[in-house]
Design a binder for this molecule. Sequence first.
Ligand SMILES: *Cc1c(COP(=O)(O)O)cnc(C)c1O
Length: 446
Amino acid sequence: MVEHLRRSTREEREQWIREANYNLFKLKSEQVFIDLLTDSGTGAMSDRQWSEMMLGDESYAGASSYFKMKDTIREILGFEYFLPTHQGRAAENVLFSALVKAGDIIPGNSHFDTTKGHIEFRKAKAVDCTIAEAFDTTVNHPFKGNLDLNKLEDVLKSHPKEKVPFIVVTVTCNSSGGQPVSMENLRGVRQLADKYGIMVVFDSARFAENAYFIKTREAGYAGKTIREIVLEMFSYADAMTMSSKKDAIVNMGGFIGMRSKELFEKASVFNIMFEGYITYGGMSGRDMNALAQGLREGTCFDYLETRISQVAYLGQRLVDFGVPVQQPFGGHAIFVDAKRFLPQLPREQFQAQTLAVELYLEGGVRGVEIGALLADRDPETRENRYPALELLRLTIPRRVYTNNHMDYVATALANVYERRNSIIKGLKITGEAPIMRHFTVDLAKV
Ligand SMILES: *Cc1c(COP(=O)(O)O)cnc(C)c1O
C-alpha cells in the first residue's frame, strides 16, 4: 500500500513532543514524517499475502488456514508441533507459563524486553551471556549476537538443572544491535545444553535475517540456500517463540514451535486460557494464511538481500557523515551510539532518549531508545539499571521506504550531529509504570 506522509514544521513538533511528555510512543502517527520506531508489524504485505487473506478459513476449530500454517512451519522450520498466538509476547507468556517458575535462572544473549519481562514477572532471573565484543560499537565482529560459551557454562555449572528450565537464544539479537548468532555458536550452545540436560528455546523474530548473515559471513555457508540454513539453525533448538510481525512480514501474529508432544500438551492448556483454541490462538484464519505466505517470502534470499542492503545503505550514509553507529550494521536497524554522540550528558539524563527527541525535532523522524529507559529498574533494588550501551535504534520497516527516505533520515541526523555540542541538557522521569516502563514513561527536560 502507498500511504500519504505528512510534513510538519519544527514549531509543530516542539509542541507535539511536549504534549507527548518527550515519549515518542505517545505521538500520533500523523505527527511523524518517517517512522523508524519499529519493524514490528509495520511491513507491507505482498500481492500474494493479500490474496491469501481472501482464502482465510474462519472456522473455530480445524480451519484449513491452521493446517496451512502448520505445514509451512514444519517445512520451513522443522517443528512438528505448533501453537498460534496473537503475537510474540503471547507466545512467551504461554510457553513460559508451562516452563518457568519463581527462582529459575534463564541464561541467554541479551534477552528481548518482553522476554525479560515475562521472566521477571514470574520472579525468575535472566542472565546475559552475550560476548563482550557486542558492547563495544567500534569492534568489528561478524557475529555480535553470539553467546560467550564460557559464561554460559559457568551459569549451567553453578545451578542445579531443575533451576534452569531452558537457555534462550535470540536470533538475531536485537538488544545488541540486530546482531546475528553464528551457526558455530548455535552448535556450541546445543552441545552445552546436551551436556547439562537443558532445553534450548530460540526467540526467533528475525531468524531469516540471521540466516542471511550466516550465508554471507560464515565460512562454509555461501553455497547453501536460506531455507537450508534455517533448517540447520532450528535443528539445534527444542522449541521456539516467534513474533511473526518481523520476519513473517505480517501486521499481527505469532506462534510457538515445539518438538515434544508432552510440552505441546502442557502449553496447549495455557494457550486455550490466554489466547484461544489451539487451532487459532488469537489469530483470524486470514491472518494465519498471510503468515504462512509471509514465512515463504521472508526466507527468500533476494528479498533478504534487498532489505538488509537498505539497512546498510542508511548505516553507510551515517558513517560517511561521521555519526557513531554500531558496526557491523545489524539486520533490521541502525543503532546510533548515543554515548559517543552526546558524551557531555550524564547517563542519568537518558542520552539515547534525548537524541531520539532531537532527531524528531530536527526532521520528524521517529526512532526508539534502547538504553537506560528500556533497561528499567532492577526488580529487587528498584535502582535504575544502566546498560553498557545507550543506543538510538533507527528501525527499517520491511518493504515500505525507499533509499530516498534513508537519505532524508541520514541528513536529519547529520544536522543534529553538527550541532551536538549545543545539546547540554537531557531528560528526567516524571512518571513510570512498575514494569516495561519505556512504553508509557513520562519525561521532562532537566
Ligand atoms: C518483537 C519481539 C518479541 C515480542 O514480540 P511481539 O510480537 O512484539 O509481542 C520477542 N522477541 C524478539 C526478539 C522480538 O523482536
